[in-house]
Design a protein around this ligand. Structure first.
Ligand code: V55
Ligand code: FE
Length: 493
């Protein structure tokens, strides 16, 4: 991979690799639990072509790659493929980049006009027997879970009107419905949010549009048993700025945040907006739920400004990463009361990549996992990802009063987001799978997939699988059991 500038988007762990691969019979240390039979799908963005213009946000535009780490019969294999987006295919045909800055089509080469700009690089979503590679700036692409071949753009059988779909869907554990939204749904820089529901068989059963208080980066949302919750933080977009070749996102510390509360099956005219603090920002929510008094609790990895340093820099915000006051924050609102206020409680440390058991989605919950940084680390974190710093501690948080449990990595090693594999044994918390990167030199890394007992991360991995290839930082992952893949195949046959 040549021609890439030596800037934070392309150095260290972020160095472009550009290789599709298949490896079988990976080296295994320890014993893979029999319940870990299936595929750990990972979104691992990797730019295929050097950019033709400067873009501090370029890490968000790296071409989607889907990686699969498969487990069965005590063995493991790994494969990766580019998602064959319109954008990737057009650039491969041209032999060079055609698309300019992150989410700004006014910076593209003329040959890119009219082509789908998304890179489908954020989350592999599995629902109703289909695997979708998603990114919030466009519609998803469907991928074959076995061959990783791209099957094309996916619009729910032509029914979806929204131009965009989030990479953070929420699946109700009881109904099997997938709750989804898209923002900038009516086009670039619009305030339009699409809210849609996909039933357990994959059919789009409703899509409604409403207007946000302002056009904001909406990376994630949550559900409870009765509500859909839409957070708005003041990272904003303006069409005129895009037309002038500027940044898609700037953050405004002086603008209020909002939480939109909509009855899950209601009409969008019923949405209520609760006013949050000015200037705050969050990428990922852990969960949300209603308590016995009908209050809604909304748990999120919040900070006092946008966590991406290139967004703060472009916005003239002189806050360093350690000055962001990161915290796991619970926002509580009363959907039946008359006040539009939000009460905040800090329930956990700074960090990101929250993980919950799928069975407690939108429900009261007792424990969860997330990544954080070791406050006692005596050197810099591993450089990588959009923030430029990787996490080195895996935490199990307990909301029933027990102490957190932590697995801290030695200097020079870091975690990517884990996925949770549930156990069929009652009382067993299941397993976490996570790719661990070890820096072995200024520009060299080795990678392993660790399997960890979710109840006791501090005990360390029960199995380690060596990946015989370099990998860039993962964004999000999804666990799909072998039984789920087999059932989808049987259904399609
Ligand atoms: C994020 C990642 C994205 C993106 C917007 O992690 C936000 C946050 C990998 O792409 O486009
Ligand atoms: Fe995300």
């Amino acid at each position: 991979m040549t021609g890439f500038p030596q800037d934070p988007n392309y150095i260290g762990l972020n160095t472009p690799l550009g290789t599709e691969f298949d490896f079988t019979a990976l080296p295994v240390e320890g014993t893979i639990p029999p319940e870990v039979t299936g595929t750990f799908f990972r979104a691992v963005p990797d730019p295929a072509f050097a950019p033709f213009m400067e873009d501090a946000a370029a890490i968000l535009s790296a071409d989607g790659m889907v990686s699969a780490i498969r487990f069965g019969d005590g063995t493991a294999s790994a494969a990766a493929r580019y998602v064959a987006t319109q954008r990737h295919q057009a650039e491969v045909a041209a032999g060079h980049a055609l698309f300019g800055k992150y989410r700004n089509p006014f910076t593209d080469k003329p040959e890119a006009t009219g082509l789908d700009r998304t890179v489908a690089n954020t989350t592999p979503v599995w629902h109703a027997g289909k695997l979708l590679m998603t990114k919030e700036d466009g519609r998803p692409y469907r991928v074959d879970p076995t061959t990783l071949e791209t099957l094309g753009r996916y619009d729910f059988g032509g029914l979806l009107r929204s131009e965009t779909m989030t990479a953070h869907v929420r699946i109700d554990p009881d109904t099997g419905e997938m709750f989804v939204f898209g923002y900038e749904a009516a086009g670039l820089a619009t305030r339009t949010i699409a809210y849609f529901i996909i039933d357990r068989d994959g059919a789009l059963t409703s899509e409604q549009w409403f207007e946000a208080p302002y056009c904001a980066m909406m990376h994630d949302f949550t559900i409870t048993q009765n509500y859909a919750l839409f957070p708005i933080y003041p990272t904003t977009c303006e069409l005129d700025r895009l037309k002038a070749g500027g940044e898609h996102w700037l953050h405004d510390q002086s603008v209020d945040s909002w939480l939109g509360v909509l009855p899950r099956y209601g009409d969008v005219s019923e949405i209520r907006w609760f006013r949050g603090p000015a200037g705050v920002s969050c990428y990922h929510m852990m969960n949300a739920f209603e308590d016995a008094d009908g209050l809604i609790h909304f748990d999120q990895c919040l900070s006092d400004s946008n966590a991406f340093p290139f967004i703060r820099a472009a916005s003239g915000i002189a806050l360093e990463q350690w000055e962001l006051n990161g915290r796991l924050a619970r926002w509580t609102v009363d959907p039946k009361g008359s006040a539009d206020t939000i009460a905040e409680t800090v329930i956990g440390p700074p960090g990101d990549f929250p993980v919950i058991p799928a069975a407690v989605q939108g429900r009261p919950y007792t424990h969860a996992w997330m990544l954080t940084m070791n406050p006692e680390r005596r050197g810099p974190p591993v450089f990588g990802g959009p923030v430029g710093a990787m996490f080195d501690v895996l935490l199990r948080l307990d909301f029933t009063g027990a102490q957190p449990r932590a697995l801290a990595l030695p200097m020079g090693s870091c975690f990517n987001e884990p996925v949770h594999v549930p156990s069929a044994q009652s009382g067993h918390e299941g397993w976490l799978l996570t790719v661990v990167d070890h820096q072995t030199g200024p520009d060299s890394f080795v990678h392993e997939c660790w399997i960890i007992a979710a109840a006791q991360p501090e005990a360390g991995p029960v199995a380690k699988v060596t990946l015989p290839h370099r990998t860039r930082p993962q964004v999000h992952g999804w666990w799909v059991s072998a039984a789920q893949i087999a059932a989808a195949k049987a259904e399609a046959a």
